[in-house]
Design a protein around this ligand. Structure first.
Ligand code: FNR
Length: 367
């Protein structure tokens, strides 16, 4: 059957992958309320399209931290991509660079920063988990710099791993033929089986629960790379991130895999954008599956979005070709949304092109 949208890859991935792997990719935390809400919240935002505007030329290009990309659609870090496909992160890196966009490589990738860099040119960010052993962190950041990564996405919502019940039931563990490649030489590249999620145990053993704002400053003493703080969902933390020297903010609830019953990211976006006061760019991830979702995020002030699960599902289904197709479908849908809304460039997308539940009901008939 022909695939006509991004969401269709999930069923294919589910049929292809071992249950333990599919469940790890798909799951959210606990009741998975936020997981559904990440999608549902987009569906409650409607358009106020403008008509009779010459949309014969549409420009989706943009700049992120000074790097020119073809569209405001980027790839979020997702761990352990070789569980989805033998080419794993290599395939994702090639697909991203073919699409002219940014890939973020996870700390917990099954390919190293050097290996991903060896796939060829491309703008790449490195996602950082802060280990208790700060030498490990400093070494890794230096390796990412040398490998040509352009920014650090510091994940700040994971002092402990969220309770993903499928992973607990499955006793999830990285398959023995794979390693967390960035840590291979450091003896912390493997995950032991435990009577919990093996990843939850790994996090409990290795990740620094004491991480705080002062560490965002510390990170700036060991690298000149710009730092994106990933996992901000309140205005309060947006202000602190700016004060701490962040170069940008990613509004993220970790794909609903950490604290359940936090709002959908699209619901939190506008307060973060307002708090950032234009001082740093604000990005969003979580539940983006349509070009219309991309448009809605930009209308609420995002400078761009990142996708997570669509990458691992399409990778599982079709490898690099699948990830390319996901990026192409989102690009085409987003372009069409712009055309049908009367926007020719990203600058022309405004708050007035959408209506949300928290707006005065502008779509109610005016009597
Ligand atoms: C993630 N995410 C994630 N985030 C991070 O900072 N480091 C990581 O290693 C991972 N790994 C990871 C694995 C898998 C399987 C998923 C689904 C997610 C979170 C990710 O970067 C992003 O925030 C979400 O995936 C965005 O939501 P969607 O697009 O999956 O709905």
């Amino acid at each position: 059957m022909e695939i006509t949208n991004v969401s269709e890859y999930e069923a294919i991935a589910k049929a292809k992958l071992p249950k333990m792997v599919y469940d790890y990719y798909a799951s959210g935390a606990e009741d998975q309320w936020t997981l559904q809400e990440n999608r549902n919240a987009f569906s409650r935002i409607l358009f106020r399209p403008r008509i009779l505007i010459d949309v014969s030329k549409i420009d989706m290009a943009t700049t992120v931290l000074g790097f020119k990309i073809s569209m405001p659609i980027m790839i979020a870090p997702t761990a352990m991509q070789k569980m989805a496909h033998p080419e794993g992160e290599y395939a994702t890196a090639r697909a991203a660079s073919a699409a002219g966009t940014i890939m973020t490589l996870s700390s917990w990738a099954t390919s190293s920063v050097e290996e991903v860099a060896s796939t060829g040119p491309g703008i790449r960010f490195f996602q950082l988990y802060v280990y208790k052993d700060r030498n490990v962190v400093a070494q890794l950041v230096r390796r990412a710099e040398r490998a040509g990564f352009k920014a650090i996405a510091l994940t700040v919502d994971t002092p402990r791993l969220g309770r993903r019940e499928a992973d607990i039931k499955n006793r999830f563990v990285l398959p023995p033929f794979l390693t967390l490649k960035n840590f291979e030489g450091l003896d912390i590249g493997k995950m032991d089986k435990s009577d919990d999620s093996g990843l939850a145990s790994y996090v409990a053993g290795q990740i620094d629960r004491s991480l705080s704002w002062k560490d965002v400053k510390w990170l700036q003493t060991i690298t000149n790379l710009p730092i994106l703080v990933k996992g901000v969902i309140t205005a309060e933390d947006a202000r602190l991130a700016v004060q701490a020297g962040a170069a940008g903010i990613i509004v993220s609830n970790h794909g609903a895999r950490q604290l359940d019953y936090v709002p959908a990211t699209i619901m939190a976006l506008e307060e973060v954008v307002k708090a950032a006061q234009g001082r740093v760019p604000v990005f969003l991830d979580g539940g983006v599956r349509r070009g219309t979702d991309v448009f809605k995020a930009l209308a609420l002030g995002a400078s761009g979005i990142f996708i997570g699960r669509p990458v691992v599902f399409s990778l599982a289904a079709e490898g690099e070709a699948g990830v390319r197709k996901v990026l192409q479908m989102l690009r085409d849908e987003f372009e069409l949304t712009m055309a049908l809304s009367g926007c020719r460039s990203l600058k022309e997308i405004t708050r007035d092109h959408i209506v949300t539940e928290w707006d005065r009901p502008r779509i109610a008939p005016r009597l």
